[in-house]
Design a protein. Structure first.
Length: 462
């Protein structure tokens, strides 16, 4: 079996849904298939806008529902002849009525919790699955909608729920064993043990596809989008960036963490555990090979695989002679930040133990420095630690690749090329895996640095 997931960019119009049906028709002649869908493009934003309006007591949420209805009607009018449209419009309208009722309840109580928001978001993907499954039926393909809330079980961490893998895998296998036709599965949603709706966080539909693929030990997972594959760098900065034909699971996770437009780490893990290859493919160019993510050893002609960056970050430097040889300082710092739910993106510590620098999202930096000033107030007053320094408007860059491991000269080549370009490095971090070197620079140097590194490692003159 192959699991094919189609994102919102693939569901932006009736014409693209038509293309999905062609791909499924072709693939199902060779393999068993299951489909995971996101919402139609723009629907999640409309639901979120409606929730905000309803919570504020405004009636404009009704306009958002009308917009949701219109987007689906446009696709229905394109895909179905007039005599068959009623059979699609009726179930769509029933779901929209339920959505309107819940939003009216939100308006009455003036509150929309994350728990309620998860339920609201589930309506978008349920709408797209009904629409697409009925069109597949109309195209001669037997299809059945599977609500993922019936098969994927999570905890009650609404907005980003944690999956109960054992129970979910059992549910998925049991449901597929009695399924007749192509399963069309609602992506990104799940439920608790008490049947309360949850969502799986960022790229939740991709995660659903990976969970289903792992449960049934699929031959492959295909993530269909509107790009040719994973790029060697952001083409906005690097026009000559190219599609990376193959990645290891570890390379993909590293690139995704550092902002590359690729699957998030939770999505990759179920597939990696079952050694199922993931293909990133372009709906508009289905003949293109895309990018294959797998555990197979691959030959790469370049020393690195790709470059990624995160901007909008800040650095806090903690420095002082009183830190040297004192056990527990780092633990106190990290515990204080964890207690405030502040995520640390990168850490760098000098071997002298004289300084530690921590990197956060710009939006969390001021909160972080306030927490650290409180935690370390005694040491700061005693001059064992200097006043904390906050540097803002920075970017993290990372070079990533399996070929970096055990290869001498990578760091020298990287920092030499940046030095020649006049780019100052503020902090450096490298894991013992040797497949990632990360460093901090000023935000205004990001584009120049990316171009310099791509030319040095991935250019024709390498």
């Amino acid at each position: 079996m192959k699991i094919l997931k189609f994102g919102s960019s693939c569901l932006s119009s009736g014409k693209r849904i038509e293309t999905i049906a062609h791909i499924l028709s072709h693939t199902s002649k060779q393999d068993e298939v299951a489909v995971v869908l996101s919402t139609l493009k723009g629907i999640t934003s409309l639901i979120n806008n409606a929730a905000v309006a309803a919570e504020s007591g405004e009636n404009s949420y009704l306009e958002d529902i009308d917009s949701i209805r219109e987007k689906h009607l446009e696709a229905i009018h394109y895909l179905f002849p007039a005599r068959e449209q009623a059979k699609v419009i009726t179930p769509i309208q029933i779901i929209l009525n339920d959505l309107e009722d819940i939003l009216h309840g939100v308006q009455l109580i003036g509150e929309c919790s994350q728990k309620t928001l998860d339920l609201l978001f589930s309506y978008g993907v349920r709408l797209s699955c009904i629409l697409v499954s009925l069109y597949l039926e109309d195209s001669g393909l037997n299809a059945v909608v599977i609500d993922a809330r019936e098969i994927i079980q999570t905890n009650e961490n609404y907005g980003n729920a944690l999956v109960d893998f054992k129970t979910s895998y059992q549910n998925i296998r049991r449901r597929f064993a009695r399924s007749k036709g192509i399963p069309v599965i609602t992506g990104g949603i799940a439920s608790t043990r008490n049947s309360l709706t949850t969502t799986l966080g960022a790229d939740g539909s991709d995660y659903t596809a990976s969970l289903v693929g792992a449960a049934v030990q699929a031959q492959g997972i295909e993530i269909w989008t509107d790009v040719d594959g994973v790029m060697s760098a952001d083409p906005v900065y690097i026009p000559e960036a190219f599609v990376i034909p193959a990645l290891s699971y570890q390379e993909a996770m590293e690139l995704s963490f550092f902002g590359a437009k690729i699957l998030h780490s939770p999505t990759i893990i179920p597939a990696m555990e079952m050694n199922i290859p993931i293909r990133i493919a372009n709906l508009l160019k289905p003949e293109k090979p895309g990018t294959i993510i797998s555990g197979r050893e691959k030959k790469n002609i370049h020393q690195i695989t790709g470059i990624a960056s995160i901007d909008g970050v800040a650095l806090v430097n903690i420095e002082g002679g009183g830190m040297i040889g004192i056990p527990g300082i780092a633990a106190r710092i990290l515990s204080a930040l964890a207690g405030a739910s502040i995520n640390i993106i990168m850490i760098s510590q000098a071997s002298s133990e004289h300084s530690i620098c921590l990197v956060f999202r710009q939006s969390e930096a001021k909160k972080a420095i306030n927490i650290l000033n409180q935690e370390l107030s005694t040491e700061i007053e005693a001059r064992r630690i200097q006043e904390l320094v906050l540097m803002e408007n920075l970017a993290i860059l990372a070079i990533i690749g399996e070929n970096m491991r055990g290869t001498p000269g990578i760091s020298g080549k990287l920092f030499s090329s940046l030095g020649k370009a006049g780019i100052n490095i503020l902090a450096i971090a490298q894991g013992s895996s040797e497949r990632n070197i990360s460093f901090m620079i000023r935000r205004e140097d990001e584009k120049k640095a990316l171009q310099t590194i791509h030319r040095a490692f991935l250019g024709k003159e390498e």
